[in-house]
Design a binder for this molecule. Structure first.
Ligand SMILES: Cc1cc2nc3c(=O)[nH]c(=O)nc-3n(C[C@H](O)[C@H](O)[C@H](O)COP(=O)(O)OP(=O)(O)OC[C@H]3O[C@@H](n4cnc5c(N)ncnc54)[C@H](O)[C@@H]3O)c2cc1C
Length: 429
């Protein structure tokens, strides 16, 4: 029997390790990624003209980054690796892709989705002002182009990336006005036991936090963001700490509240479709590499190759330990619930410029209780990001307005193209 056609979307730690495990077992795959070079978010590679030592870009993870980059370079000759290729639709064993303006359909028997994560954004008054960047976007500017998002930057939100990006900016010499964390210090202390399950990662986190202090950067925890002010650009961030209203002047804001999957181990509920890495559930880069390899091994076994039971057991043990660490992070940096507390004139859906008050009116006028109905009535989530930015906040608002659990309001159904495409494509009439 011929080997199955295998396609992998995403050449980050998960996708690369899945392709490598398959290749080790004599199975080839088509690996597509919209980025021009492999590595994913954490080990993103700069353009050739920006080369420099990996240590300055990837810090403590330089060795892992180099190992992964070497793997994708080696694999590129052994498999069908397609960089700069966007996957925009999956349907009936067919993956639709676009590369340099040319559309192509890849037919597959087995699909691995390793598309990673994105910033979890929550709307605030002023969050759509020029100068407000997602934390990940702020990091990409530094990692990919070697530039900062502003002259005087405030980092606002929560999660490990808040401290990591602030540390990276400070280390690169950028001026940071303040780091404002919506979660209080005691949440982190309570999570210490779980976080100690991965002592090296915990130590790095403590180091990043302490190093902000040694750079003289103000870090305030347990703040309530009130809004970002400015007319054509960012001017101040307003927030409350305890009963005191405060503000800090700045020209750029890095904003983010943790990560969310772009979309658990192994096969999904659709036969032949596997999920790996942060796209399946946020676990971090080390877990993504392990998940990718685990999926590759599962597929190899399914194709009749040697069942590597001891390696699988080792991966599962390490994933279980990393899951305990992840649970600690969720305790230390819980997502704040905004519910109906946002002012009515705050933009909720930035693609369609729809404000909180308009959505509340639509919910009441049409007795909306479910997310896709809400989309049809209010257009929230109907724009180019398809709710990837506003979906969570919109669901929270609907749940709060209709006094339902968050899970009960459902989630927005994605429609192809899953990411924006240039139209018309070159060559179309
Ligand atoms: C912006 C950002 C910055 C981060 N920075 C750090 C950090 O500094 N340190 C850290 O420990 N963790 C960081 N993380 C978390 C880290 O990215 C992950 O834990 C790790 O990279 C997950 O690996 P992965 O292979 O699952 O996904 P990723 O590394 O995200 O790789 C997914 C790949 O899929 C590709 N892709 C997605 N959708 C499509 C599509 N439709 N078509 C084609 N290709 C597609 C992407 O281009 C990407 O290369 C960051 C996350 C984000 C979102």
């Amino acid at each position: 029997m011929a080997d199955p056609a295998i396609a992998i979307v995403g050449a980050g730690p998960a996708g690369i390790r899945a392709a490598e495990a398959l290749s080790r077992h004599g199975l080839s795959a088509i690996l597509v990624d919209e980025a021009p070079k492999g590595g994913g978010q954490i080990y993103r590679q700069p353009p050739d003209s920006f080369q420099g030592p990996a240590s300055s870009r990837y810090g403590f993870e330089a060795r892992k980054a180099s190992a992964l980059h070497l793997t994708i370079k080696r694999l590129a000759t052994a498999i069908d690796y397609r960089p700069s290729t966007l996957a925009w639709n999956v349907c009936n064993g067919r993956l639709d892709t676009l590369c340099a303006g040319r559309g192509e359909s890849v037919v597959f028997d087995i699909l691995v989705i390793a598309t990673g994560a994105m910033d979890r954004m929550l709307p605030l008054p002023g969050w759509t002002l020029p100068g407000v960047y997602a934390l990940g976007g702020a990091q990409i500017a530094l990692k990919y182009q070697g530039c900062a998002i502003g002259q005087n930057t405030v980092f606002l939100g929560t999660g490990p990336l808040l401290y990591l990006v602030a540390y990276q900016y400070a280390k690169a010499g950028a001026k940071i006005e303040a780091v404002l964390d919506v979660n209080p210090a005691h949440a982190k202390r309570r999570a210490l036991f779980a976080l100690a399950s991965s002592p090296r990662t915990l130590a790095k986190g403590i180091y990043y936090r302490a190093s902000l202090g040694t750079h003289g950067i103000a870090v305030e925890e347990g703040v309530t963001p009130m809004g970002i002010a400015g007319t054509d650009e960012v001017r101040d961030v307003h927030y409350r700490r305890g009963s005191v209203d405060k503000s800090v002047r700045c020209d750029a804001v890095g904003l983010g509240f943790g990560l969310k999957s772009e979309t658990q181990d192994g096969e999904s509920t659709v036969s032949g479709v596997y999920l790996a890495g942060d796209g399946a559930g946020i676990g971090g880069a080390d877990a993504a590499e392990l998940w990718g390899e685990r999926v590759g091994l599962s597929i190899a076994a399914r194709c009749g190759r040697r069942h590597d039971a001891s390696r699988i057991a080792k991966i599962d043990r390490r994933l279980a330990r990393l899951a305990r660490f992840r649970a600690g992070l969720e305790r230390a940096f819980p997502l704040p619930l905004l519910g109906s507390t946002l002012p009515d004139d705050t933009i909720l859906c930035r693609c369609e410029s729809i404000r909180v008050g308009q959505v509340k009116d639509a919910i009441r006028a049409f007795d909306v209780v479910e997310m896709n109905r809400m989309k049809a009535i209010s257009r929230v989530g109907m724009g180019r990001c398809q709710g990837r930015m506003c979906g969570h906040a919109a669901a929270e608002l609907l749940a709060a307005e209709t006094r339902q659990d968050l899970a009960a309001v459902g989630r927005l159904r994605g429609q192809p193209p899953i990411k924006p495409l240039p139209m018309p494509w070159p060559g179309t009439p």
